[in-house]
Design a protein around this ligand. Structure first.
Ligand code: BGC
Length: 345
């Protein structure tokens, strides 16, 4: 059993021992309501998170009230307020804007509702648990991969949305690796910009701008996730450079896996959202029954050191994609290779 599945199993075992579990349909768990607020359903990874969280709720017979804010802070604030008025015991909140949810978290605390910051930290507020991946390591994995493929030359460094607390962590991890290479004069940063709202179209425009102003002389693109990687690759394609300039990613989206097989995207970072969701759900059940949730780190959020559970990630390229993403059941063979080709394999 992997360390992460062990953590999940411990959550569930603790939950069952503490009497908050059920036989899947009724019992004590049936009385528990959990609120979930997530930022979007426009990106594959967030669709998977929601599917998994719904499945976890279904397994335990817990009522899960779901709100999707479509990257709108005011909407997310109003939706969380509604959830807090609906008698939930725990709010699982993935903030669109990490710095704008403190009032929501404080309102939760005043009502005795436990708050789990899901994937993205909530700043300047009491938070009971932060559950995510090791974001610094993700940036390091991306930059290390690029540095191997492009040890010298001009780099475009895209960062995630400035509203997302993860974005500077990914960037910092990447810069930890790139800084010595920059200081040695091996690589130079030709562009270093955040991508508003992580929008692929904005990433495309930024990379196109970098290519235009550097006479196509770009040797690597650090794209912080698969969505922005897709945009970056569109821009490279316009200049005949798709597949020639290494591009990173993150999330193991099916589309990114297809690009990795096609050779236009070099790698992605796999964050197993099944583990994230089931660990978060287990933690929510523990907190709902007055228990504690396991953690392996703390993260300062401006108000407190938030107990945190940070899961591990895997760098994936065409060499290990089949083993890590397909054999583990995260992506189907047909999602990666297309139905016809998958059938013939
Ligand atoms: C998540 C990434 C995701 C990005 C855009 C980040 O906070 O950690 O997995 O790609 O947001 O949604």
């Amino acid at each position: 059993m992997s360390r992460n599945s062990l953590i999940t199993a411990c959550f569930l075992a603790a939950c069952l021992l503490s009497g908050c579990g059920g036989d899947g349909t009724n019992g004590a768990a049936g009385a528990i309501k959990i609120g979930l607020s997530i930022p979007t359903q426009r990106e594959e990874r967030w669709v998977r998170d929601l599917e998994q969280l719904r499945a976890e709720a279904g397994k335990l017979g817990v009522e899960l009230l779901v709100k999707v804010s479509e990257n709108d802070t005011d909407r997310q604030t109003a939706q969380c307020s509604e959830l807090l008025d609906q008698g939930i015991s725990v709010l699982i909140l993935a903030p669109h804007e990490s710095g704008a949810m403190s009032a929501v978290a404080e309102k939760a605390a005043s009502k005795g509702v436990k708050v789990i910051a899901y994937d993205r930290l909530i700043l300047n507020a009491h938070v009971d648990l932060y559950i995510s991946f090791n974001s610094l390591k993700i940036g390091e994995m991306q930059a290390r991969y690029l540095a191997r493929l492009a040890p010298k030359g001009g780099y475009v460094v895209l960062a995630g949305a400035h509203t997302d607390h993860n974005a500077p962590l990914f960037r910092q991890g990447a810069m930890n690796v790139l800084k010595p290479l920059i200081e040695r004069g091996d690589i130079r940063i030709v562009m270093d910009r955040p991508v508003p709202d992580w929008l692929p179209g904005a990433a495309r425009d930024l990379v196109a701008e970098a290519l235009a102003s550097n006479g196509r002389n770009v040797q690597a693109v650090l794209a912080p996730n698969d969505g922005t990687a897709g945009g970056a690759i569109q821009a490279l394609a316009l200049y005949g450079l798709a597949g020639k300039v290494p591009v990173t990613g993150q999330d193991a989206d099916a589309e990114a896996a297809r690009r990795i097989i096609a050779g236009t995207q070099s790698m992605t970072v796999f964050k197993d959202t099944r583990q994230l969701a089931s660990a978060a759900f287990g933690a929510a059940m523990n907190l709902a029954s007055g228990g504690r949730a396991p953690s392996n780190a703390t993260m300062p959020n401006g108000k407190m050191d938030v107990p945190s559970l940070l899961l591990e990630t895997v760098a994936v390229d065409r060499n290990n994609l089949g083993k890590v993403l397909i054999d583990s059941g995260y992506l189907s063979r047909s999602a990666v290779y297309g139905a016809a080709e998958a059938a013939g394999r």
